[in-house]
Design a protein around this ligand. Structure first.
Ligand code: FES
Ligand code: FE
Length: 428
């Protein structure tokens, strides 16, 4: 039960006998909830920053927002990963106004203070004009409390009491391993150029819920499924029977995953007619390479297990027809910004890359056949909440009495909400 100061509101009802899980819709609309989320969720958890492949060389950087804060994701001259807060220690301007590049120094355009890519203040005009006792070493760029990476996925936290990243990730590590292992260790995976950035008029937690919600796939993604069918692709895996053969897991710490052996073609795994005859041999060859590196059993898992994972609170890995890294952050209770990247083995052939890019655009992109339908569903929820402002409960009970929930049950959402409630101070 969360009690927002001044508003005695209960946000989660997690009941047994009968099993009912209800979420107060004020959690999606209330300003005080968002203010508290910024402190209790986004400033306390490990938050995804980017992938090491985005900054391969010393001095490479990308500027972006992480947990609502402008940051520089960079490598220092020794090649070590650094995250610097993009705000000048002088009077606060952004020290870098480019989206990406390679720099040994970041020079603030306002009064020309310069910082190296470890964040140290190295020079400023009229140094002699500062009073005695002014020390450059006290005026470096601020940094998060900790930055760490797991298999190339870099995270930060602003919490000085945070557990190590490797513990925070809990069983999500197993699925990050399956993702990273799609390329041989000496080759590696890389984020592809062409980032999707878009916004949605809905609460950020609706996207957390939807990211592993199998229940909506048949009604919402009918257009895409029809297109697949018309191309002669196998779409088994989208009947009630197939979805029930899927599984949903609580991975600990609010992380959650749904898995199934879907028939989506993936360049490392399965060929589908729409990929074109010429790619058949390419896909089969990728699979043989996986077997050589990892052995038959693990190759089968890496290639054929499809999963949608949420790493609490706002990182989604969709390992389906392509591999998508997606992250999102609220501006207001009813609006969020979303960023998505495509991750691929660096040595993939051009034919396989074409297939992957097509899925990234045609299914998972903001102008594709699936993502806009998801977005409309989430925006529709947000509009629907206005029907009874400050009232109403959403039901998230499906599969609650099952020992082995499937991906169209709602264990995923309950896992997320229970952790959210715990961090927000609730005792549901
Ligand atoms: Fe950056 Fe003044 S604000 S140098
Ligand atoms: Fe969807």
């Amino acid at each position: 039960v969360i009690r927002i100061p001044g508003r005695e509101t209960e946000f989660i009802r997690d009941l047994r006998s009968p099993n009912r899980f209800l979420v107060n819709r004020a959690a999606f609309t209330d300003d005080t909830v968002l203010a508290r989320e910024r402190e209790e969720v986004f400033a306390r958890c490990w938050i995804y920053v980017g992938h090491v492949s985005e900054i391969p060389k010393p001095g490479d950087f990308v500027a972006r927002e992480v947990a609502g804060r402008p940051i520089l994701f960079t490598r220092n001259s020794a090649g070590e990963i650094r995250v610097l807060l993009n705000s000048c220690s002088h009077r606060g301007a952004e020290v870098c106004r480019e989206r990406r590049g390679n720099q040994r120094r970041f020079r603030c355009f306002y009064h020309s203070w310069s910082f190296d890519n470890d964040g140290r203040l190295v020079s400023m005009p009229d140094e002699d004009g500062f009073p005695e006792g002014f020390r450059k070493e006290d005026h470096g760029l601020a940094q998060p409390t900790s930055v760490d990476q797991y298999r190339g996925f870099v995270f930060l936290t602003f919490n000085d009491e945070a557990e190590p990243l490797v513990d925070y990730l809990a069983d999500a590590k197993y699925y990050l391993d399956l993702t990273a292992d799609q390329a041989a260790a000496d080759i590696g995976m890389a984020v592809q150029s062409g980032t999707h950035e878009y916004s949605m008029k809905s609460n950020w937690k609706l996207l957390a819920e939807n990211s592993s919600d199998g229940y909506h796939a048949i009604p919402v993604h009918k257009t895409y499924l029809d297109v697949q069918k018309s191309r002669g692709d196998q779409i088994a895996g989208n009947t009630e029977k197939d979805w029930k053969a899927s599984h949903a897991f609580d991975l600990g710490n609010g992380h959650t995953v749904t898995v199934k052996q879907a028939p989506w073609g993936r360049p490392i795994a399965r060929w589908q007619p729409s990929m074109g005859e010429d790619t058949k041999a390419v896909v089969e060859e990728s699979y043989r390479r996986l077997e050589q590196v990892h052995g038959a059993e693990r190759a089968e898992l890496i290639a054929n297990l499809d999963f949608n994972m949420l790493v609490f609170p706002n990182l989604v890995i969709n390992n389906i027809m392509a591999v998508i890294i997606r992250t999102f952050y609220p501006n207001t209770p009813g609006h969020m910004n979303v960023t998505a990247w495509s991750l691929a083995p660096k040595d993939e052939t051009p034919e396989a890359r074409r297939v992957r890019n097509e899925s990234f655009l045609s299914f998972l992109g903001p102008a594709g056949l699936a993502t806009p339908d998801d977005n409309e569903a989430l925006e529709s929820c947000q509009r629907g909440y206005q029907s009874r402002p400050g009232e109403g409960w959403s039901d998230v009970s499906r599969g609650m009495d099952k020992v082995d929930p499937a991906n169209w049950d709602e264990l995923q959402m309950r896992t997320f909400w229970r952790r959210w409630d715990e961090l927000m101070g609730g005792k549901a």
